[in-house]
Design a protein around this ligand. Structure first.
Ligand code: NDP
Length: 310
């Protein structure tokens, strides 16, 4: 059976950064890219907040560059999904969806998290053309404009207040009559003059124009779920903040997770509860979720894997 010193699962900024560092440390990492090579950034257009790109860079291009950089130092990057990982003994046995099996002395899990969407057809249509799941990434494009955020948790509250600083007006659409967000965040939202709460409200449809490949969102139809009243709001950006799902299904019962499925890591470390298995990026971070923080923890994981082996 094939053996590797370091198996990296996932190919977002965390996975590729781990690969760059692990390859340079001569661990000859094998990277399995997963279902979405390049990760969540491949669904964004421009990335303007990653240091080192003064003019910004397209998300997919940035991930292509990161992959090339990892390959330059000898990372073995493969298309495929890890479907099973035996964490009970080292080396850890992993199974790939094409039937391959390999033994890994260390594993870096960088499988990320997937943003949840409402599931509307019109939402799908305007993804990348007005619909976003990350205000920090895309808010800048809506400077001075009217936008909406949907959700009632801490993420929605944070995104709404972040956008309120940039935009003319923010509608915060929540399906109930009270926010789930922490009291401090609720206070902030309810005291920001350019945030308008739409309580007991659900989004029926997102509307806009389409001309060839160019899509421009210009509104959303919102329904009050108590009165049935429908209202169209005029907005140019629509931010979905109804939570993320960490991609940890295959680790259930094998690695320690919090109650929402995020992998637990030790303080100031990427070490999981199993020695030799590390977790980096959004799969272990529900607070920051940025490409740069994911890359940072990817670097930490590779350094920790190398130290563990030596
Ligand atoms: P949450 O699960 O806390 O909140 C999701 C929100 O979206 C809820 O208000 C929920 O409504 C709403 N929602 C879910 N599904 C739908 C749907 N289909 N249609 C409409 N609305 C929907 O997710 P968050 O991302 O906000 O937070 C995740 C975790 O991360 C939490 O523990 C949070 O505290 C933490 N966090 C902490 C931060 C901080 O400390 N700075 C920042 C961001 C997150 P309902 O309330 O009705 O269920």
């Amino acid at each position: 059976m094939e053996k590797t010193k370091c198996l990296i699962i996932g190919s977002g900024p965390a996975g590729y950064t781990a690969a760059i560092y692990a390859a340079r440390a001569d661990l000859k990492p094998v990277v399995y890219q997963g279902m979405e090579p390049g990760g969540q950034l491949t669904t964004t257009t421009e990335v303007d907040n990653f240091p080192g790109y003064p003019e910004g860079i397209d998300g997919p291009k940035m991930m292509e560059d990161l992959q090339k950089q990892a390959e330059r130092f000898g990372s073995d990057i493969r298309w495929g999904m890890i479907t099973e990982l035996d964490t009970s003994e080292r080396p850890f046995k992993a199974k790939v969806d094409d039937g391959t099996e390999l033994l890994a002395e260390t594993v870096i899990i960088a499988t990320g998290a997937t943003a949840k969407y409402l599931g509307l057809e019109s939402e799908e249509k305007f993804k990348g053309g007005g619909v976003s799941a990350c205000a920090t990434c895309d808010g800048f494009f809506y400077k001075g404009k009217d936008v909406a955020v949907v959700g009632g948790g801490d993420t929605a509250a944070e995104e709404a207040t972040y956008l309120a600083n940039l935009c003319n007006k923010v509608y915060l659409i929540h399906r109930r009559d009270e926010l789930r967000a922490s009291k401090a965040m609720q206070h902030k939202v309810l005291n920001t003059p350019n945030i308008e709460m739409l309580w007991d409200s659900e989004v029926k449809e997102i509307v806009g124009t389409e001309s060839g490949f160019v899509k421009a969102l210009n509104g959303a139809v919102v329904v009050n779920n108590k009165t049935g009243e429908e209202r169209k709001i005029d907005i140019e950006g629509f931010f979905v903040a109804i939570g993320h799902k960490p991609n940890t299904d295959i680790f259930v019962g094998k690695l320690e997770m919090d109650e929402t499925g995020y992998l637990k890591t030790k303080a100031d470390s990427t070490a999981t509860n199993v020695e030799g298995i590390f977790a980096a990026g959004d799969v272990q971070d529900k607070h920051f979720r940025q490409a740069i923080t994911a890359a940072g923890t990817g670097c930490m994981a590779a350094i920790e894997a190398e130290r563990f082996l030596s």
